[in-house]
Each structure stands twice: as structure tokens, then as C-alpha cells.
Design a binder for this molecule. Structure first.
Ligand SMILES: *[C@@H]1O[C@H](CO)[C@@H](O)[C@H](O)[C@H]1NC(C)=O
Ligand SMILES: *[C@@H]1O[C@H](CO)[C@@H](O)[C@H](O)[C@H]1NC(C)=O
Ligand SMILES: *[C@@H]1O[C@H](CO)[C@@H](O)[C@H](O)[C@H]1NC(C)=O
Ligand SMILES: *[C@@H]1O[C@H](CO)[C@@H](O)[C@H](O)[C@H]1NC(C)=O
Ligand SMILES: *[C@@H]1O[C@H](CO)[C@@H](O)[C@H](O)[C@H]1NC(C)=O
Length: 678
């Protein structure tokens, strides 16, 4: 049966549902850049010992606790039980084959090398590896040792012709599986790349060969093993061929339904001008797809069987996805979905299937689909979007290690190890943990941490179905009085010119409000055509003297509000570039150095630099640096700034404690006025 039968169904329903779901936003709640991931150790990339791994195969071995990689003329073994990978390498070039390949007119660099494309566990001590062998496929056994030891060597005596087990061409689609001592491969098995077949080899049974269509070889389906071993769930990504309707759908199928379809009637057509219908005639013995005990090989099948199989490649019954609708739908996305892998994890209210979906731009989407009771539609929640690779590169391999709670992601840039969860990244408050709706995470009374089933914790909170912090996190609202715990950042504006106060909530589902801090309370900023709220922050088209003061950016999501940032807007009057650059400028003491650790700004390098650039324009960049060097960044001044900041903080503390000073504006100015730099 061809996959097209159920892929068509998946897509027809996908199109039908697209309209109703169009309004639903599938924006990830947490979007982490490559920089974010590196800064928090959430990604670790291996790109070969010489940094030139051209990844072409990957096998995660949970038994040996190792990751095996295949590349161009190379094999790697990495240990997962150590913090240090202890990478072992096998060089596997085939110089003779290479010369042959070049003489036949193939590309020396991209075709005439041994690209390893198959890695399967052969037995407890050996791995089966096959490579393109510069257009002459080869296979060999690799000794990997027993559990616990780290050895890695190619059994030279085992090297043999790999035709039918590995394609000649490193670029052609290829699928393989090794089960019960038998290897099944789906590939184009000839030099010219025309003979698309599914083959069975190795094992005790004789080889089997089925002709197929190259389209169906195109590696993405994931089998999620369930308690019922014979009936795994099958997750598959489908894409539209249409140029008008661009989209992707993930459908999940039950193996039992597929088996039923295979046991049902074959699809039949009387002739080219007829409709498809169920075949009602006699099916020859052995029935195609069912092993016949009398025959050792398909070559021995009676002609009638082969004839029938060829003229009836499709089954009549349609295999519907579970729930009869796609689990996930993506339309008009700027990326393609390339891979899917699924982890079943136990949460407080039962098991959840967490989908990790790879894209062609080096990102991973972590998604759950809530199938609610009798409701026909399932709710799709994108928990995280992780930019695993620095450059946008298609993800080509993905495997989950349950043991290591990690996702291994392969691309041309290397292999990244990404923890399945990093609960602390959702934030420091109960409400943030609850809003994240991540089945891996729960609030333990103090922090957002990994949910551990069976552990009885009185303060544990989790609400994946509703993400309602009002119920889960009573008294967890950050009150307006707590606003003073958020540090103040300084932003400059020149009178009559534009200025911008940045504030982006971590969750795109949160709404932001801007307030001005006056005395002890907050007043919502009045918006008009001069003061505009944007997705990135507050824009003053023309800043006035009266705008000066402390601005507070607060976010609200599902009834939970918190302060995100506090900005002191300092409006400069009639300041010119010359003025700013002059040594005795009254404001210069306020701008922290980029490397200054005790700065008022948590991300000083970005903040202050942008402010100054905004003031004087990018063409004056060299002068800014010069200015910085001269005025802010020498040691003497740095010490002065530190003193000044300490005094500022002390003053603030005193003010807060004694409540003497009621005027925030005055308070913030204190150090500048009293400790100007000579
Ligand atoms: C990242 O890992 C390094 C080395 O293991 C460690 O020193 C550092 O503290 C870690 N950083 C974070 C944010 O966990
Ligand atoms: C695995 O297979 C190889 C090759 O046939 C053989 O030498 C080795 O002893 C086998 N190992 C085990 C544990 O059976
Ligand atoms: C937080 O405060 C807002 C308004 O003050 C209120 O509507 C909301 O229910 C509170 N949320 C929680 C989680 O206490
Ligand atoms: C800003 O504009 C106002 C009115 O147009 C003007 O009176 C004032 O002098 C301007 N200020 C500066 C610094 O240019
Ligand atoms: C306003 O700011 C821009 C840069 O953002 C600058 O080029 C321009 O000279 C400024 N205008 C005044 C009047 O300061």
C-alpha cells in the first residue's frame, strides 16, 4: 500500500481544518536563540575532531550509552555517560574507489568519498556500518565492545560489497531498519539511481526485493512504542505539493488500523478510464504482503501472484489518523518541517506525547497536542522554539535519549545535544512555571523544576490543560509594591527627537502595559500619536521634557501580572554631538562601560550603545567608541562610577526605608547631581 492513500486523507482534513484554525496562534511561548541556548548550556555541538564532520548517519545506542556518527570517510563514537565525550574516530576512506569514481565523471568532493549512511546494532558487541564507498557501496562490522568499555575499531576482514544495503549516491533518499537479524532497506540500488527498491537482506531468509516509487522513500515517520508492543503509534509529517496552499500537517496513526487496511480488500481498477473500487475477485495464494510458507523467496512466487501484486499496489480501505484529524498544522510558515520525534512523559494528570519537530532552518519546535474529551479539535501548544544551530541549516537527524533526557539533533553543522527540558528557563515565579504548560516541569514551592512522578510534594503545582496560575499559584502575583525590586536602566532622549524604551515579554502570549512611576504608585502611560506602544516597546515620536521620569513595563498573561523592566528616561535638552563628546558634559558620568560589572543596566553593552547610537547616528560610530574609551572606560573613572552607584543604591535604600523622599524622579537624580565627574 502506498503512503499516498493516507497522506491524501491527512491533507484533505488539514485543508478543511485550516480555515477554522487559522485564527489560532501557534506562536511558541518561549523562543530561545542560539545565543540563549549557549549561555544556559542548553546546546552542546560536536562537529568532528577536526571540525569538518559532514554528518550522513547517526545512531543513538542507549544500551552502550553512546552516540555513533557517520560522515565523509569517517565514523565516530561518543560517550554519553561522561561530561567529556571522549570521541573515538575511525577513518574509512577508499582511495581505490575514489579514483574510479572520479574517472567516471563524478564530483570528487561531494560524490567520490565514502559517505557512511547506515549504522545499525548488529549484536551486543558489533555495529553494522555501510557507506557509499565512492559510488561502490561497502559494508563492514565495527567492534564497539561491551557495555561500559569504550573501544571502536573496524573489522577489516568483514568489509564487503554493500550493494542493495546502501545507495551509491550520498544525496539520494534512503531508509533502513534492522530487526530480528534482518536488514530492510529502501533505496535506489544502482549506479544510475533509477532502480528504486525495498530489499531484505542478511538473516537466514533469502533476500527479498520489491520495486517501489522513489517518492515513498522520502526517511519522515516516527514510531512511538507503547505498552502494546505490537501496536505502536506512527507519527508522520505531510506536506502540500500545491504552491497555493503551503502547509504541513502531523498526523498520528495506529498500527492496528494499518494492519486492518492490509487485511482488507485491494483497490482495483478495471481499466484506465474506470474509477477505483474494492477488488472482489479471488486473491491468489500467497496473498501479497503475507509470507507464504511454501516459498523461500519472492523469486519462487507463481507468476499469477507477481502479476496481481503489480496490478494492485493499493489497498482499498483508507487508514484514518486517530481522531480523524491532523494533530498539528502549520500553514504559511517561513520554514519547512523536516523531522519528528516523540517522547511520552508522565505528568501529574497522565501521560503526554511531546513532539520535537525539526525544521530546515536549524530550529526545533517542542509541541504538545491536547486531545480534550469529546471535542473534535485538539489544541496544539508550542512550548518552545529552540534555535539549535547558529546558522539556518536543515535538520537531518533527530533522536531522543530517554536515559539522558536529551535530544540529539544532526545537521550539516554537526550534532547538538539538547536537554529535553530546562524548567528554570520559564522564569522564577510559580505563575510563569504554570503558564509554560510544559509536562516535564512543575512548581515545587520554590522553583520551576523537573516533574518527578510518584514523588509526593505538597507544594507541587502543574496545570498543562489550562495553564491557569490564578488557581495554581494563589498570592503569587507580583504586586505593584514589588516594582522597586526591578533595577532601573537609563535611556536618553533628545528633546523634540524620537526615543524608544524596549520591553519584550518572554511569552508572546502576554500583553504589555506601560506605566509611569509617580510617588509610590503607577499611572498608566497615556498613548496618542506622539507616544506609541509597539510590540517591542514604547516609542516616543517626539520626546518632550515632561516625559522625563521612571517608566515601568508590566506584562499580563492569564491573569498573572509582573514587572518586566524599569527605565529612567532622561531627556537631554539641546544637546548636540559636539556637546556630548566634550569632556565636561554633565551627563557622561551616567553611561556605564560595556565591561562594567556593577552597572545599573543588566545588559549594559546593548542598552547604552543603542542609546548613544540613537542620539548621534551610526555614522559617528568611531567617535562613540573614542568617547567611550576616553570618558567611561578608563580604570579611574570606572572606580568612580562604582562608588557613585554604591552611593545611589544606598540612597535608594534609605529613601525606601524611611519613605522620606516621595519623588522618584528626584531620587534617581541624586548621584548625578552630587557626584559629577570632573
Ligand atoms: C555551563 O557549563 C559550564 C561548564 O560545565 C559551567 O561552568 C557554567 O556554570 C554553566 N552555566 C550555566 C548557566 O549553567
Ligand atoms: C557479533 O558478531 C560478530 C561477527 O559475527 C562476532 O564475531 C561476535 O562474536 C558477535 N558478538 C556477540 C556478542 O555475539
Ligand atoms: C493578579 O492580580 C490581578 C489584578 O490585580 C487579578 O485580577 C488576578 O486574579 C491576580 N492573579 C493571581 C494569580 O493572583
Ligand atoms: C523643541 O520644540 C519646541 C517647539 O517646537 C521648541 O520651543 C524648543 O526650543 C525645541 N527644543 C529643542 C531643544 O530644540
Ligand atoms: C534626531 O535623532 C537622529 C538619530 O536618531 C539624528 O540623526 C538627528 O540629528 C536628531 N535630531 C535632532 C534635532 O537632534
Amino acid at each position: 500500500m502506498e503512503l499516498s492513500v493516507y497522506s491524501t486523507w491527512c491533507f484533505l482534513t488539514a485543508v478543511a481544518f485550516a480555515t477554522s484554525l487559522a485564527s489560532k496562534l501557534n506562536i511558541p511561548r518561549l523562543r530561545l536563540s542560539y545565543k540563549d541556548l549557549v549561555a544556559t548550556n542548553r546546546t552542546f555541538i560536536f562537529s568532528g575532531l577536526d571540525g569538518d564532520l559532514e554528518l550522513s548517519a547517526m545512531f543513538l545506542d542507549e544500551y552502550h550509552d553512546r552516540l555513533f556518527l557517520g560522515g565523509k570517510d569517517v565514523l565516530y563514537s561518543l560517550r554519553l555517560d561522561h561530561t567529556h565525550l571522549d570521541a573515538k574516530e575511525i577513518h574509512w576512506p577508499l582511495p581505490g574507489n575514489r579514483e574510479d569514481c572520479i574517472s567516471k565523471g563524478k564530483e570528487p568532493e561531494t560524490e567520490c568519498a565514502n559517505f557512511v549512511r547506515l549504522l545499525h546494532p548488529f549484536n551486543r558487541t558489533h555495529l553494522l556500518a555501510c557507506g557509499t564507498g565512492a559510488f561502490q557501496p561497502v559494508c563492514a562490522l565495527v567492534y564497539v565492545g561491551h557495555r561500559g568499555e569504550h573501544v571502536f575499531s573496524l573489522e577489516r576482514s568483514s568489509v564487503e560489497n554493500g550493494r542493495g544495503r546502501c545507495p551509491h549516491d550520498p544525496k539520494l533518499p534512503f531508509a533502513s531498519t534492522f530487526t530480528g537479524g534482518e536488514l530492510y532497506t529502501g533505496l535506489t540500488a544502482d549506479f544510475l539511481g533509477r532502480d528504486s527498491v525495498i530489499l531484505r537482506s542478511l538473516g537466514h531468509r533469502s533476500p527479498m526485493r520489491t520495486e517501489t516509487d522513489q517518492k515513498i522513500l522520502d526517511e519522515d515517520v516516527f514510531l512511538l512504542r507503547t505498552k502494546d508492543e505490537k501496536n505502536p503509534e506512527i507519527y508522520a509529517i505531510f506536506s502540500t505539493i500545491s504552491n497555493v496552499f503551503q502547509g504541513y500537517a502531523v498526523c498520528v496513526y495506529n498500527m492496528a488500523h494499518i494492519r486492518e487496511a492490509f487485511n482488507g480488500p485491494f483497490a482495483h481498477k478495471e481499466g484506465p478510464d474506470y474509477q477505483w473500487g474494492p477488488y472482489e475477485g479471488r486473491v491468489p495464494y500467497p496473498r501479497p504482503g503475507v509470507p507464504g510458507r511454501m516459498f523461500g523467496s519472492t523469486l519462487e512466487f507463481p507468476d499469477a501472484v507477481l502479476q496481481f501484486a503489480r496490478s494492485h499496489p493499493l489497498m482499498w480501505r483508507v487508514v484514518y489518523p486517530t481522531q480523524r484529524q491532523p494533530l498539528l498544522l502549520r500553514t504559511s510558515t517561513p520554514y519547512r518541517l523536516t523531522h519528528i520525534t516523540v517522547d511520552r512523559t508522565l505528568a501529574e494528570d497522565g501521560p503526554y506525547d511531546v513532539m520535537f519537530i525539526g525544521t530546515d532552518i536549524g530550529t526545533i519546535l517542542k509541541v504538545i497536542a491536547l486531545r480534550s474529551g469529546n471535542s473534535i479539535t485538539s489544541e496544539e501548544i508550542t512550548l518552545e522554539e529552540l534555535q539549535v544551530f547558529k546558522v539556518p541549516t536543515p535538520i537531518t537527524f533527530m533522536e531522543i535519549s530517554v536515559k539522558r533526557q536529551s535530544l540529539f539533533v544532526g545537521s550539516s553543522a554537526g550534532v547538538a545535544q539538547v536537554p529535553l527540558h530546562r524548567c528554570s528557563m520559564y522564569g522564577k515565579a510559580c505563575a510563569e512555571c504554570c503558564l509554560a504548560r510544559d509536562p516535564y516541569c512543575a512548581w515545587d514551592g520554590h522553583t520551576c523544576t523537573r516533574y518527578v512522578p510518584n514523588a509526593k510534594r505538597r507544594h507541587r503545582r502543574q496545570d498543562i490543560r489550562h495553564g491557569n496560575p490564578a488557581l495554581q499559584c494563589k498570592n503569587q502575583n507580583q504586586s505593584v509594591e514589588d516594582v522597586d525590586t526591578v533595577e532601573v536602566r537609563v535611556v536618553y532622549g533628545t528633546e523634540n527627537n524620537s526615543t524608544f524604551l524596549e520591553c519584550v515579554p518572554r511569552s508572546p502570549q502576554a500583553t504589555v502595559t506601560w506605566h509611569m512611576q509617580r510617588d509610590e504608585h503607577l499611572e498608566e502611560v497615556e498613548l496618542d500619536e506622539r507616544v506609541v506602544k509597539t510590540d517591542e516597546g514604547l516609542l516616543f515620536r517626539r520626546v518632550l521634557q515632561l516625559d522625563e521620569g521612571v517608566y515601568v513595563c508590566r506584562s499580563r498573561e492569564h491573569g498573572f501580572s509582573q514587572t518586566l523592566s524599569r527605565v529612567w528616561l532622561d531627556v537631554l535638552q539641546g544637546d548636540t554631538l559636539a556637546d556630548l563628546l566634550s569632556q565636561d558634559h554633565k551627563h557622561k558620568a551616567w553611561s556605564p562601560c560595556p565591561s562594567h560589572t556593577g552597572s545599573v543596566n543588566r545588559t549594559p553593552s546593548k542598552g547604552w550603545f543603542k542609546d548613544v547610537l540613537q542620539l548621534i547616528g551610526p555614522s559617528n560610530l568611531p567617535q562613540v567608541e573614542q568617547y567611550c574609551e576616553r570618558v567611561w572606560c578608563n580604570e579611574k573613572l570606572r572606580r568612580k562610577h562604582k562608588n557613585m552607584l554604591d552611593k545611589y543604591r544606598q540612597a535608594q535604600d534609605v529613601a525606601r526605608k524611611t519613605r522620606v523622599s516621595k519623588n522618584v524622579g528626584e531620587r534617581s537624580r541624586m548621584p548625578r547631581d552630587t557626584h559629577a565627574v570632573e
